[in-house]
Design a protein. Sequence first.
Length: 68
Amino acid sequence: MIVFRWIVGVLGALFAVGALLSFALHVAEDSSVWLGRARRLGHWLWLALLLWFNVEVWGRVIYAIVHW
């Protein structure tokens, strides 16, 4: 489970940095292309966070059922 947390954490950090950098470039250049990329990376970040949450919750549920 620790490996999964690290993988999701690193991917989430990369998505967050990419989204912030893309948004900063959108503000600096006033280009709608960068805003679209920032939103897309933000959506991927949200997806990674939801994946992590679901695996954590359902992993504990399955662990509890198996070790009942």
